[in-house]
Write a protein that binds this ligand. Structure first.
Ligand code: ZN
Length: 133
């Protein structure tokens, strides 16, 4: 794994959260993208070399909706950039981690993604992401 690619924050209202985070970081949301398969609407901000992904639910049964109901707004996941998501998934499976999807999925921001179950990562939801070339 190379570096933190972004930090995902679950929010109730994307428009409201964008305006808060734009003020907080003195920047602008540079991309808003819906990921229909995940039932989310995402917004991205850059803070120096770092990236923040705001996630709001667009479907009652989406993972983000469930997270918000259970835990409320806050940090949802930490995403790590990888060169070869298939190799990382294979390695993590062999190490006994539970992956939330068997095959990489198409995520927001032109990425192949896979989530690692938080139960084996001390409560932190880890996302692997590989840029689609
Ligand atoms: Zn993410």
């Amino acid at each position: 794994m190379n570096k933190i690619e972004h930090i995902g924050i679950a929010v109730n209202d994307l428009t409201q959260a964008c305006s808060v985070y734009e003020k907080l970081f003195d920047t602008v949301c540079y991309k808003i993208e819906a990921v229909a398969s995940e039932g989310v609407n995402t917004a991205f901000l850059k803070v120096g070399v770092n990236k923040i992904e705001l996630l709001a639910s667009t479907a009652d049964e989406s993972p983000i909706a469930k997270f918000l109901t259970k835990k409320g707004e806050g940090i949802h996941h930490i995403a790590f950039d990888v060169d070869d998501i298939y190799a990382e998934m294979k390695r993590l499976k062999a190490e006994g981690f539970t992956l939330l999807n068997d095959e990489p999925k198409k995520g927001a921001d032109n990425k192949l993604i896979c989530f690692v179950h938080p139960k084996e990562a001390n409560g932190v939801l880890i996302e692997l992401c590989q840029e689609i070339k």
